[in-house]
Design a protein. Structure first.
Length: 305
């Protein structure tokens, strides 16, 4: 089997036509070429998923970057890393400024920014791994904004991982295997994404996005029961909906509740807000629903997008 082609285009690195990754990254206090940030093949983070990441948007609006909720994202990243005992000397503010330094080295366009803390040194065993220093890297991925396209979803048979096993309030690298399996199952079946249920049969979220449902001028979303990720975009949507005079309900929902809904949408930092046109056998005209249009317009006004 031949190796994927790797070519430098401007200041982005492209792997066989897949998503581009910035050729320059911020690594442990310095801006360097991306290859310098590669972990050892025997890194405990690579083998066991012991790492923490976050993601935020840097919108290029013609003459400047709008960093969407930068302090909140970097504060969450630092808190999660500390809980995983991936300690490092940079504050959330220092990391945000480092991200801006990195953006100054990259072509002017909209990026999804990924900070990640991991142990890159050779050490595959749990015992003794914490003696190895944590590496911190920040890189950008140029993104095309295709969030107007409606999505199709299914109810997944992959159960949402329990917070009693792995905390879901911080973005632990290894826990996203759960999301990968649910998304892969959905795509294999011809859907874009999957809605996962918890062990009690309650709706939690999509593979990597919070889920919302619409009934008239009411917006419903699963309550934060421990298995639902408290997304920053989720919080923003609840605030925007309330400011628009819409009713917001956070409660337990089961699949049979969806038969009474008029629309559904997903939200995340990268996805922003995406309408759902079908969920299993249910069809929705979400993209044209006035409640969805109100929330979408207010969100895009907020992000200057």
């Amino acid at each position: 089997m031949s190796s994927p082609t790797i070519s430098l285009t401007g200041s982005t690195l492209k792997h066989g036509g897949m998503h581009e990754v910035s050729a320059f990254v911020w690594l442990n206090g310095e801006i360097t070429e991306r290859q310098a940030a590669s972990p050892s093949i025997s890194s405990v983070s690579l083998h066991l998923g012991i790492g923490v990441f976050d993601g935020l948007m840097a919108y290029w609006n013609g003459d400047h970057y709008y960093i969407h909720k930068g302090p909140e994202h970097f504060a969450r990243f630092c808190a999660g890393s500390a809980r995983m005992n991936l300690s490092f000397p940079w504050s959330a503010r220092a990391l945000e400024m480092s991200m801006r330094d990195l953006l100054d080295r990259l072509p002017r366009r909209t990026y999804y920014i990924r900070p990640v803390a991991y142990r890159g040194a050779p050490q595959i065993f749990l015992t003794g791994s914490e003696a190895r220093p944590a590496d911190v890297c920040i890189f950008g991925v140029p993104v095309a904004r295709d969030n107007d396209r409606p999505m199709t979803c299914q109810i997944s048979t992959v159960e949402r991982i329990s917070y009693r096993s792995v905390p879901v309030t911080w973005k632990i690298c290894g826990s996203y295997v759960n999301s990968y399996l649910a998304r892969r199952q959905a795509e294999t079946a011809g859907f874009d994404d999957a809605i996962m249920l918890d062990r009690a049969g309650n709706i939690t979220e999509a593979s990597a996005a919070n889920a919302f449902f619409i009934r008239g001028d009411t917006v419903l979303t699963p309550r934060l029961n421990g298995d639902v990720f408290p997304g920053i975009t989720r919080t923003i949507i609840l605030e925007l909906a309330a400011a628009a005079g819409l009713t917001c309900l956070e409660r337990d929902l089961v699949p049979s509740d969806l038969e009474d809904m008029e629309g559904a949408f997903l939200c995340s930092t990268l996805m922003e807000i995406r309408p759902v046109s079908s969920l299993g056998a249910l069809s929705f005209a979400t993209a044209e629903h006035p409640t969805f249009r109100t929330i979408l317009a207010r969100f895009r006004g907020l992000t200057h997008a």
